[in-house]
Design a protein around this ligand. Structure first.
Ligand SMILES: Cc1ncc(COP(=O)(O)O)c(C=O)c1O
Length: 351
């Protein structure tokens, strides 16, 4: 299963390949490689796991509300941002409704919209640079009159980031009934700020603390929107969806912002060095500002390349599920780990 719909390690695949998961450096995910703050580990140890978590994650919602400049009733936490994507689809899509997705992008929008029986339209940016044409995208909104729009910004996997003005233009092109979903899972990696005020009007902003706060094993996402929109999502959320450990971890993380701001700054420079080293080995890196990036493979097939790397304890994201079978996506890791990939690059990708 090399062209899976998501990154991260697949233990069954590793077992079949005879590879020990503990030995693999995982470049297939876009998580902050510096890991969580030490305060998060302390907070986790203090959690009473025999007690149910607060259903509303009240303390966390209050903290997130203060940082984002909204009321706590405008925040809904989820078991990862992926859960929130599914709640949007459940609450706002069904047969006869239309979802418009700006891609190529995160696959859960399509899966969730299709699972609800909605008609799914995709407007995709194309290689080599994946730049978007705003007039074309606006026209697609006028033509399709979607019930839900999914826009991932900065986008996964292309790394393209639209300025706020263009986002507002896309939102403004939507009919009054459209729910405009802006997935900012990677915002902090681009702008360096961990929080920001949400969209105005009828929009939902999604953020993923899984990524910037490095909580991938716990997963924590949140939505910011008008209370009535969040009430609609809540109707479909299982109770106690965000467990006590995740709540405590996220709360402690928000209490140590200096640690994360510092790690995001370091990540920029590590990414810069990593890309340069790969380009020095002849890799065709697609330019961008993000800590994850696409590479166009020219001399070898991606599934073969990926398999060879896995045997050497390296996991990369095959981009076939994004409709980009000639590309891999790499998420920057720590310097020594990055070097491991740089060292084997030319052995595998040579003409
Ligand atoms: C754009 C985007 N949104 C949401 C998610 C899901 O995040 P989480 O792990 O918090 O569910 C991902 C994960 O890859 C993503 O790339």
């Amino acid at each position: 299963m090399s062209a899976d719909v998501h990154g991260s390690l697949d233990w069954l695949e590793l077992r079949r390949a005879g590879v020990d998961a503990a030995q693999v450096v995982d470049f297939s995910v876009n998580v902050n490689p510096f890991g969580p703050s030490p305060k998060v580990r302390e907070a986790i140890l203090a959690v009473d796991i025999s007690a149910y978590p607060d259903r509303r994650a009240l303390l966390l919602c209050e903290a997130l509300a203060v940082h984002n400049g909204v009321g706590f009733e405008n925040i809904l936490t989820g078991n990862g941002t992926a859960e929130l994507v599914w709640l949007v689809a459940q609450a706002f899509l069904r047969p006869g409704k239309r979802a418009l997705i700006f891609g190529p992008t995160f696959g859960e929008y399509r899966r969730a919209a299709a699972a609800m029986g909605a008609t799914v339209y995709e407007q995709n940016a194309t290689p080599p640079d994946f730049e978007i044409s705003l007039p074309v995208w606006m026209e697609s909104i006028y033509q399709i009159q979607p019930d839900v729009v999914f826009l991932c910004n900065p986008n996964n996997p292309t790394g393209v980031c639209l300025p706020e003005r263009q986002i507002r233009m896309l939102q403004g092109a939507c009919p009054a009934h459209t729910l405009f979903v802006l997935d900012e899972a990677y915002r902090a990696f681009y702008h360096g700020e961990l929080f920001a005020p949400p969209l105005e009007g009828n929009g939902v902003v999604l953020r993923s603390m899984t990524k910037d706060f490095a909580l991938a094993g716990l997963r924590l996402g949140y939505a910011i929107a008008e209370e009535s929109t969040l009430q609609a999502l809540r109707r479909f959320q299982p109770p106690w969806s965000v467990n006590a450990v995740a709540q405590a971890a996220a709360l402690a993380a928000v209490d140590d912002l200096n640690y994360y701001e510092d790690s995001l700054r370091k990540l920029r420079s590590v990414t810069h060095d990593f890309k340069n080293a790969l380009m020095g080995k002849g890799a065709q890196v697609i330019p961008g500002e993000m800590h994850y990036f696409l590479i166009r493979m020219t001399h070898t097939s991606v599934p073969h390349f990926r398999k060879e790397l896995l045997q050497r304890g390296i996991n990369v994201r095959d981009c076939a599920s994004f409709g980009l079978p000639q590309y891999i996506r790499l998420g920057t890791r720590l310097p020594a780990e990055n070097q491991k990939l740089v060292d084997v690059w030319h052995l595998l990708e040579s003409g």
